[in-house]
Design a protein around this ligand. Structure first.
Ligand code: G6P
Length: 605
């Protein structure tokens, strides 16, 4: 959600910032802008649109250092040239880029207008530029600190002062800020992807911190002025891992990476000797795990849906009552936190604001929470302090694919672990280990059917509405299938529990409204066949995702996956639906990696 990048050092900041913006564009992409200091003046360029549009409006010989740049996902004010960041004060001395929302922006704006300030945009961020300029103080740091004391809301902030080009001031409250440490040069970004080309050594700011970043280092402190101690982390992701390689879209590349990504999630975690899994990062003893009476999973979007699958796995294998809830709903309903419940926060990015707030709510009330996260060192991972990294590698496409599959795999490992501490027998443990080991190859076999799935997608692409239905663990698979399709292809798709179809949505089944049925060969197979009959009786086209074997009813399209262990089947059943969404989007000419109105990492409420 909005990308921030900054540079201070001997080099010209412009190419570093523009290249950094390309890396960050998946965070938000409705407008972009850049500011650099040169010869005692601020030079800025900004526009509505993508980073490539910004590159067109950046004048020749636009050079300087330090510099800051931004790619935006609009909160206050529509995407437009004038609402694009950076925002400047009236004297064009201060430049600000900002992620987050200033909640008292309207009141501050009225106050500043009363003092004669003429605003140039509708954004909350412009308030900050004028406010910082109006503050007393010798240094930029003091001015920013004074301004932030008047502000309520969330921010990830980078500020330049034309008259003090020896530093960039950054601050964090609810929106991530990372410092990259180079050799006599420093980088600033909203996530490390923008920095890895230049440095692997990073420092994450914490909420309530502010830092003065100079070419030769940084000093961090609280808003009250107390110095803070920071720990350096090393980023393991390489710059190349963010590239599309030979693929036309990141989404397609990330679908393809799933066999290796799942191998990485499983790596070193299977313990065939004791028919269990080894999860060092959860840092809980067998005794503590045995005391758990309930599990509650929290996440947003695909992470929430992966959590639904995870809760079912835990309930099946460990016989612990488990449920999942959107993190945003959870945090707002004053939840009861139970001491013997294990809370699990799921987040690919580790930065989703609502998930982070839910974790903080659990911790504040004394609950135990662990994270299932992809990005090492991210805010949620640090806030939880323990958990499971899925090690899926960078996911750049806005829609989740490989991280969904890897999160479900991580849940299977956790469920196996919790199960083996309880009643799951060694034989059952061995069965699941064999099933998990087989997954990467089985995933590869599903992906090899792409041409057939693309054929079905061309039929589906003509529809305006589609239903996805499934029963029990097939229902989250249907939910994720529908979410993928609507996010990436804009085809209106709704998921329903198969049994609920006749309680309402059947009214909408018609020859032009296809239904995709998740149809594993399990105990519920006959029930799902009855659902298909109900749809066919209303002349609704039916596509199924299923296992090998004859179908007792005619259908309009079949996607097949290999049979795994019943508990692991949902992981494979979801894969054809990713390819289906991708090819429908391709057929409809959509911007696959950057769907309209969405962002990869939602760091605002
Ligand atoms: C956004 C993305 C979704 C993602 C969700 C949660 O809405 O568009 O694809 O599932 O955030 O993200 P997280 O990083 O917490 O998994």
């Amino acid at each position: 959600m909005c990308g921030i990048v900054g540079y201070i050092g001997k080099r010209d900041a412009t190419p570093i910032l523009l290249e950094g913006l390309h890396r960050l564009e998946y965070r938000g992409y409705d407008s972009a802008g850049i500011a650099v200091v040169r010869d005692g003046a601020l030079r800025t360029a900004k526009c509505k649109g993508r980073v490539r549009d910004l590159e067109q409006v950046v004048p020749p010989r636009f050079r300087g250092s330090p510099g800051i740049a931004h790619t935006r996902w609009a909160t206050h004010g529509e995407p437009s040239d004038r609402n694009a960041h950076p925002h400047l004060d009236t004297a064009e001395r201060i430049a600000v880029i900002h992620n987050g929302i200033i909640e008292n922006a309207a009141a501050l704006r009225r106050r500043l207008e009363g003092e004669g300030v003429a605003f140039r945009s509708e954004t909350d961020t412009e308030v900050l530029a004028h406010l910082i300029a109006a503050m007393p103080g010798e240094s930029l740091l003091e001015r920013v600190r004074a301004a932030l004391r008047l502000v309520t809301g969330t921010w990830g902030l980078a500020v330049l002062d034309r008259d003090r080009p020896e530093s960039i001031v950054v601050a964090r409250n609810g929106s991530p800020v990372v410092l990259g440490i180079g050799d006599k040069e420093m980088f600033v970004a909203s996530d490390p992807s923008a920095l890895v080309r230049h440095t692997k050594s990073v420092v994450h700011l914490d909420d309530g911190e502010i830092a003065e970043v100079r070419a030769d280092g940084f000093a961090s402190s609280t808003l009250d002025g107390g110095p803070t101690e920071k720990v350096r982390h090393t980023v393991t992701w390489t710059d190349e891992s963010f590239d599309k390689g030979s693929f036309t879209h990141h989404m397609r590349k990330e679908i393809d990476e799933q066999p290796d990504a799942v191998r990485a999630t499983l790596s070193g975690r299977l313990e065939p000797r004791f028919q269990t899994s080894h999860l060092g990062g959860i840092e809980m003893t067998a005794r503590e795990l045995l005391d758990i009476r309930r599990v509650k999973v929290l996440g947003c979007g695909s992470a929430y849906i992966a959590g639904l699958l995870g809760a079912q796995l835990i309930e099946q294998l460990a016989r612990l009552p488990a449920s999942a809830e959107p993190a945003s709903e959870f945090r707002y309903r004053n939840p009861v936190i139970e001491p013997d419940t294990l809370y699990i926060a799921v987040s690919q990015s580790g930065e989703t604001f609502d998930t982070l707030a839910a974790v903080q709510e659990v911790k504040r009330k004394g609950g135990r929470v662990l994270g299932i996260v992809n990005v090492v060192g991210s805010t949620i991972a640090r806030e939880c302090g323990r958990g499971i990294y899925i090690h899926a590698g960078p996911e750049v496409a806005v829609v989740s694919t490989k991280t969904f599959t890897c999160t479900a795999t991580a849940f299977a490992l956790l469920a196996l672990h919790l199960g083996r501490i309880r009643d799951l027998s060694t034989a059952q443990g061995a069965r699941l280990i064999a099933g998990l080991k087989a997954l990467p190859e089985q995933i590869g076999a599903v992906l090899a059917q792409e041409a057939d799935i693309a054929g079905l997608a061309s039929q589906l692409a003509r529809a305006e509405h589609a239903y996805f239905v499934g029963r029990a663990s097939g229902y989250p698979v249907a939910m994720e299938g529908a979410l993928k399709l609507k996010e990436v292809s804009y085809l209106h798709a709704e998921a329903y529990p198969a049994s609920e179809l006749k309680h309402g949505p059947l009214a909408l089944i018609a020859p032009e409204t296809p239904t995709i049925v998740v149809l594993p060969r399990d105990d519920l197979f006959p029930k799902n066949i009855s659902t298909i009959e109900e749809i066919r009786a209303r002349k609704g086209p039916v596509f199924v995702v299923t296992h090998e074997g004859d179908l007792p009813v005619p259908v309009d399209g079949v996607m097949r996956v290999a049979k795994s262990e019943p508990e692991l089947d949902p992981i494979l059943l979801g894969l054809p639906l990713q390819l289906l969404a991708y090819h429908v989007a391709l057929a409809r000419g959509c911007d696959i990696d950057k769907p309209r109105n969405l962002a990869k990492s939602v760091t605002v409420e």
